[in-house]
Design a protein around this ligand. Structure first.
Ligand code: CP
Ligand code: NVA
Length: 308
């Protein structure tokens, strides 16, 4: 059976923990090597990864490119607009054709349905590089960062503040798998996906939703923000107005635990969802978080090829 990496609920808790454990080991094992050097015992020699982007990317694109190189493989980046996809060739036909040329596909899509169609028709592993619905690769990097800085995840309380967006959904997907408590403080208009909230609670996760950002961060070990205007959002003006009171700033951080840390998947907008003092301050882990994308992508790729 092909091992796709589409969304966190499809993986077992054991596999998810194995990905994080492998990423931690892989990160340690490479200390001191130049970033472009292949791993001493490369896990995926000769593997070719194609990455299709319908939206912009810095971290996902570069971390997956470096990940597959370090594993002994290579990658090509395809902008959807420059391929026949951009002229209307179907996703199923693209999936069938690319499956004849390359060994794995990563896709960043405007609509989650395109990712699912790609996975349905490809004969090779397909990885979710962000859709309008979710961003699972990001959340595993975030959780690795929290393991490194805060230890056992099931003892932590995470607070998501702002837009209940695709990244928030992936945190909801992860909550029952890793056992952390999660409170989301979002305005009514930008509440998290209710199906994701329901599934997380039914799966036994300690999840709460509030419209009060102070209540969300009370007692939190981790405060998390993301952009108020995601790629593809057309209502920027309304978002900036309604989400303004949800900025993570020093006052809001002081309502969390004293030793709370701050995460943001980046790119960030200082002065909107987070103040410069917080994201550039001592509680911020955002660049460790960005680095961990690389280490986690490698383990996700290994998982897809049955190497974990
Ligand atoms: N966090 C993240 O996915 O960044 P990019 O959009 O730069 O890939
Ligand atoms: N929520 C953001 C995340 C970017 C990495 C977006 O979808 O644009």
């Amino acid at each position: 059976m092909i091992r796709h990496f589409l969304d966190i609920p499809e993986l077992s808790s054991t596999d998810l923990h194995a990905i994080l454990a492998d990423a931690k080991l892989g990160k340690q094992a490479r200390k001191g090597l130049p970033k472009g050097a292949v791993d001493p015992e490369p896990a995926l020699p000769g593997i070719m990864l194609a990455m299709i982007f319908e939206k912009s990317s810095t971290r996902t694109r570069v971390s997956f490119d470096m990940a597959i190189r370090q594993l002994g493989g290579s990658s090509m980046v395809l902008s959807a607009a420059d391929t026949q996809l951009g002229r209307g060739e179907s996703v199923p036909d693209t999936a069938r054709v690319l499956s004849r040329y390359v060994d794995a596909l990563l896709m960043r899509t405007n609509t989650h349905a395109s990712l699912l169609a790609m996975a349905e028709h490809a004969d090779i592993p397909v990885i979710n590089g962000l859709t309008d619905r979710s961003h699972p690769c990001q959340i595993l990097a975030d959780l690795l960062t929290l393991q490194e800085h805060k230890g056992e995840l099931s003892r932590l309380k995470l607070a998501w503040v702002g837009d209940g967006n695709n990244v928030a959904s992936s945190f909801l997907h992860a909550a029952p798998k890793f056992g952390f408590a999660l409170t989301l403080g979002c305005p009514q208009n930008f509440a998290p996906n209710s199906d994701d909230v329901g599934h997380a609670i039914n799966a036994g996760a300690k999840v709460h939703v509030t419209t009060d950002p102070n209540q969300a961060v009370a007692d939190a070990d981790v405060v998390i923000a993301d952009t108020f205007v995601s790629m593809g959002d057309a209502d920027a003006k309304q978002r900036l107005t309604l989400l303004g009171p949800y900025q993570v700033n020093a006052a809001l951080m002081s309502a969390a635990k004293k030793d709370a840390v701050f995460l943001h998947c980046l790119p960030a907008h200082r002065g909107e969802e987070v103040s410069a003092a917080v994201i550039d301050g001592p509680q911020s882990l955002v660049f460790d978080e960005a680095e961990n994308r690389l280490h986690v992508q490698k383990s996700i790729l290994k998982y897809c090829f049955g190497k974990l």
